[in-house]
Design a protein around this ligand. Structure first.
Ligand SMILES: Nc1ncnc2c1ncn2[C@@H]1O[C@H](COP(=O)(O)OP(=O)(O)O)[C@@H](O)[C@H]1O
Ligand SMILES: [Mg+2]
Length: 386
C-alpha cells in the first residue's frame, strides 16, 4: 500500500461513508481534499444517499444481537458499503477523477463510553472494511472511535474536528448542530483549543421510535414534523421525558441508542399512555427533543460562548416542527440549514469522515480532546490495504 504516494498528491479524492444511529441508510460523498491539519481544504463533488431496505433496518434495530448476528451484519453491511462505494466510483468517473481512498464510519452496534454506567467501556462499529477494500481495490479507513476511547475519551463526538475546518471564522463563534439519531453541538471557535462539543441527547431517535411503534412499523419517521404540529403536548409526559439525568450531566458527554432507544427510554412510557392520540404523543416526544436541545444550548453553550448563528445538519433539519421550535426557544441566534452555506444537510457527516480518513493517512491527530475527554491528541482510524 503506497500511502506515501497518496500523501504526496496535491489533491486527493475520497469517498466518505456515514451510517448513523437512525438506521435509515448510508450517506455517501465524493470529495476533493488538499492538505492536512489546519490548512486542509475540501470541496464536495457529489453526494448520494443509499437507503436501507425495511428488512435490514429492522435487523439493525434489533434490541438483542447475538455474536452471530453481529458477525453476519458486519459482512452484510460491508457489502452494502462496498456497493455504495462502487456507485460513487461511477460518479467519480463521470467527473473524470480518480479516487484515492474510502473512509467509512460504519454502523454503531454498541457504544459504552466512560461514565455511561458501570466501570467497563467499549464501542463497536461494523461494516467490514476488508469487504469494501476487496471490491473497490482501494485503501479503506475505518474504526475511528476506538483510539479516542483507548486514550480515555468518549470516542465521540468526532465530527467537531471537521466542523472546525469547514465552518471556522477568524472573528467569531459559529454553532453547528447536527440532528441525526442523536443530536450534538459543536461550538466552532476561532481557536481549536476552545472548541466545545457534546451530544445533547435524542435527535430523531425518540421521534422515529414513537412513530414506528405507534404506526406498527408502517411509518419510519414523522415527515416534516406534520403529526407533531397537529398534536398537543402532554405536560406530564413531557416532564417525564425531560427527567432523564443525562440532560443534567456537564459536557464532555456522549450518548446513543443504549440510552435513548425505544426499549430503555420509551416503550413502557408509551404503553402507559395508550389513551392519548398518536399526534399528541408524537408532539410531546418532539417537544422533549426540541427542549432538550434548547436547554443544552442555554445551560452549556450560551453562558460561555457568544454566537449569533446556528448551522443545522442531519435529517432532523427536515423536521420543520423541530426547526421552528428551536428558533422559537432560541430567538437570540439565527438558525438555518447547512445547505445555506453550501453543505447539504445529509452530506455533512459523510464529509467529516472523509476528512478524518485523510488525517489517518497523514498520521494527523484528529480527535478534539476537550470534546471527547481524551487525555491527549491521537491519530484516529485503521487502514485496510487495497
Ligand atoms: N422530511 C423529513 N421530515 C422529518 N424527518 C426527517 C425527514 N428526512 C429525514 N428525517 C429524519 O432524519 C433521520 C435521518 O437523519 P440522519 O442525519 O441520517 O441521522 P443518522 O446520522 O442518525 O443516520 C430520519 O430517521 C428521520 O427521522
Ligand atoms: Mg442516516
Amino acid at each position: 500500500m503506497n500511502l506515501e504516494a497518496i500523501r504526496a498528491k496535491k489533491a486527493r479524492f475520497a469517498i466518505g461513508l456515514m451510517s448513523g444511529t437512525s438506521c435509515d441508510g448510508v450517506n455517501a460523498v465524493l470529495v476533493r481534499i488538499k492538505g492536512t491539519g489546519p490548512g486542509l481544504a475540501i470541496k464536495l463533488i457529489a453526494h448520494q444517499t443509499f437507503p436501507y431496505g425495511a428488512d435490514l433496518q429492522n435487523r439493525l434495530l434489533m434490541e438483542h444481537m447475538s455474536a452471530k448476528d453481529v458477525c453476519l451484519l458486519n459482512f452484510e453491511l460491508g457489502e452494502l458499503l462496498a456497493e455504495a462505494s462502487l456507485a460513487m466510483l461511477d460518479q467519480a468517473d463521470d467527473h473524470e477523477v480518480e479516487v484515492d481512498f474510502v473512509s467509512a464510519h460504519g454502523h454503531t452496534v454498541g457504544h459504552y463510553p466512560p461514565g455511561s454506567g458501570g466501570d467497563r467501556i467499549g464501542t463497536l462499529q461494523i461494516g467490514e472494511a476488508a469487504v469494501i477494500a476487496q471490491q473497490t481495490k482501494l485503501p479503506v479507513v475505518s474504526d475511528f472511535r476506538v483510539r479516542d476511547m483507548a486514550a480515555g475519551g468518549q470516542g465521540a463526538p468526532l465530527v467537531p474536528y471537521a466542523d472546525w475546518l469547514l465552518f471556522r471564522r477568524e472573528d467569531r463563534n459559529i454553532i453547528c448542530l447536527n440532528i441525526g439519531g442523536i443530536a450534538n453541538f459543536t461550538v466552532v471557535t476561532p481557536q481549536f483549543e476552545d472548541i466545545l462539543a457534546f451530544d445533547t441527547g435524542p435527535g430523531n431517535i425518540a421521534i422515529d421510535a414513537t412513530v414506528r411503534l405507534l404506526s406498527r412499523g408502517t411509518r419510519a419517521f414523522d415527515e416534516n414534523g406534520d403529526a407533531a404540529r397537529r398534536g398537543t403536548v402532554i405536560e406530564e409526559f413531557l416532564e417525564y421525558l425531560l427527567s432523564d439525568n443525562y440532560f443534567q450531566k456537564e459536557p464532555p458527554k456522549s450518548t446513543g441508542r443504549e440510552r435513548f432507544g425505544l426499549e430503555v427510554y420509551l416503550r413502557d412510557a408509551l404503553a402507559n399512555r395508550k389513551n392519548h392520540s398518536y399526534e399528541d404523543l408524537v408532539a410531546t416526544v418532539t417537544e422533549a427533543t426540541v427542549q432538550s436541545i434548547a436547554d443544552a444550548y442555554k445551560n452549556y453553550v450560551a453562558p460561555n460562548y457568544e454566537a449569533t448563528q446556528m448551522i443545522v445538519g442531519g435529517g432532523g433539519a427536515m423536521n420543520t416542527t423541530v426547526m421552528d421550535g428551536l428558533q422559537e426557544k432560541l430567538p437570540e441566534v439565527k438558525i438555518f440549514i447547512s445547505d445555506r452555506v453550501g453543505i447539504s444537510y445529509d452530506a455533512r457527516e459523510a464529509i467529516a469522515f472523509a476528512i478524518l480518513g485523510n488525517e489517518t493517512i497523514f498520521g494527523t491527530p484528529a480527535n478534539v480532546p476537550q470534546a471527547t475527554g481524551a487525555s491527549e491528541s491521537v491519530v484516529l482510524g485503521k487502514i485496510t490495504p487495497p
